[in-house]
Design a protein around this ligand. Structure first.
Ligand code: PLP
Length: 363
């Protein structure tokens, strides 16, 4: 079986280096907010091109803390994409804010900038741009709207490590960006981990306090913060794996280029190739009206697929207040998407087999 993502295989090349890093931390006697976290924060800011990085325990906390740090009035509105993973929206509601949903552009699956402006009200305070599947949102029109209406822009870059837009990296395209280093992400820890990047020094200092009980000086609390520190062991692993991120993303692009060129199946919609070399290709998502048939056929061919995602956030039981809403484009996407295996350690022979299977006459 070709797994959708084989994490054992993904981490195998770094086994020795990771073991060495973990041992170093174990022997150091300093386990929370130590050297590894400080080094990773510096490395990740440098990689993204931002002035600051603040490590957090996971991606959801990173996003939630950003919204809390802005101190918007309760009930303020945030523009969110209807087509996203639920964590994007949870961060808004956890911060006591109201999500205002906007449909995606079917060509990119990301926020359709043309649909944002009519959702802006007096209560709107921010736009959450999610770079879904590893493709950056079209930021220029979002920046224009932010300027016009005095809004903050926040990136959910949890799927976009190393993706670029106008030669700038994801994480450096907004007031503050959240990353997740969940094991399956392009840069993945061996447990939960996250980070925030920003170019605002005051915001970075506040976020560094908020993730640590709201404290800048031990036992002195400026804010009612939380405990969401990036773990020292995970930071040590991330310092090792970061050095391979560009090479891995390059391999993802190579595989994506093959899929885009070689998959030929009528009525199967491939992702947009327009930004092939800018995208991080976290996932390779295709669309087909008879998705279940494709999934079953591929399973018979020993190719495992996943659906990202089967149920949109506004239709989840977690959000009953929004269940009555309907977003046609978002719901069509959720009914039709399938993610093919795409990982840096997929072999050429495996890619051959996946392509041949998708091209077979299963429809
Ligand atoms: C993974 C992910 C998150 C949440 O990250 P965690 O580290 O799992 O909390 C948020 N948004 C998107 C788009 C994600 O893919």
């Amino acid at each position: 079986m070709i797994a959708h993502l084989d994490l054992q295989r993904t981490n195998k090349p770094y086994e020795a280096q990771m073991a060495e890093a973990l041992q170093r931390v174990a022997a150091s006697g300093w386990y929370v907010l130590g050297k590894e976290v400080a080094t990773f924060e510096e490395n990740w800011a440098t990689y993204c091109g931002t002035d600051h990085c603040v490590g957090t325990a996971n991606g959801l906390d990173a996003l939630t803390l950003i919204f809390k740090a802005f101190d918007f009035e309760a009930g303020s509105e945030v523009i969110v994409p209807a087509n996203t993973y639920i964590a994007s929206v949870l961060s808004v509601t956890h911060a006591g804010l109201t999500p205002v949903w906007v449909e995606p552009d079917l060509a990119t699956y990301n926020l359709d900038p043309l649909l944002i402006e009519k959702q802006i009200t007096k209560r709107t305070k921010a736009i959450l741009a999610v770079h879904l599947y590893g493709k950056c949102c079209d930021m220029a029109p979002i920046w224009d709207l932010a300027k016009k209406y005095n809004l903050k822009v926040v990136e959910d870059a949890a799927q976009a490590h190393g993706a670029t837009y106008q030669n700038r990296k994801a994480g450096n395209l907004s007031d503050a960006a959240a990353f997740s280093f969940y094991p399956t992400k392009n840069l993945g820890a061996i447990g939960d981990a996250g980070a925030i990047t920003t170019n605002h020094a005051d915001l970075a200092a506040k976020l560094a306090a908020l993730r640590n009980y709201g404290s800048k000086i031990k036992y002195h609390n400026d804010y009612a913060g939380i405990n969401s520190r990036l773990d020292e062991l995970q930071a040590a692993v991330l310092n090792v794996k970061l050095t391979y991120l560009d090479t891995e993303n390059q391999r993802r692009r190579e595989l994506a280029a093959r899929y885009l060129a070689e998959i030929k199946q009528p009525e199967l919609v491939l992702p947009s190739a327009e930004t092939l070399l800018q995208d991080a290709w976290h996932l390779f998502v295709v669309r087909h009206a008879k998705r279940e048939k494709l999934i079953d056929f591929l399973m018979h061919q020993k190719v495992q697929t996943t659906v990202h995602y089967p149920v949109p956030p506004h239709k989840q039981p977690a959000y009953t207040a929004y269940n009555h809403l309907s977003f046609e484009i978002t719901e069509a996407i959720h009914n039709q998407v399938v993610s093919l295996p795409l990982s840096p350690y997929l072999t050429d022979a495996e890619a051959d087999h996946i392509i041949a299977s998708v091209n077979a006459s299963w429809d």
